[in-house]
Design a protein around this ligand. Sequence first.
Ligand code: SF4
Length: 145
Amino acid sequence: MPRLPFYAEGIKFECQGSGKCCTSRGSYGYVYLTEDDQKRFAKYFKMTRAAFLEKYCGEKDGHAFLLDPREMGYTGHPEGDCLFLIENRCSVYEARPEHCRTWPFWPENMNPKTWRTEIAAYCPGVGKGKLHTFEEIKEILDSQS
Ligand code: SF4
């Protein structure tokens, strides 16, 4: 019989606004944008999608991502922080990308060791608030495949 995943009973998670998922501890972590994300951002910034991509994004393997703020000449941004993380808060929260909305339920996070050592130990939202059922987590994971 296959073993049940460690999240078979669900996982409690509620964002505590720590901004910790928005920084990669020293090396820039890519925040990828879907087409819907790009449209949402363009609307949010009241600019065309092309202008948004030109101003804020790079491209890697055919996928758009938010540029490293240091590459854009922004000063005072700690190394590894997202471009839109200002004073430990997401400054574009209502327009934030799917990549951020699905945290911490990313496929690469969902093995017991990574979860325990890199996610639960790092993100203060894990173990708090709403219980996300196995089915809900699976749906979030499937939406990223
Ligand atoms: S867009 Fe907002 S939520 Fe996403 S990584 Fe940047 S600051 Fe964090």
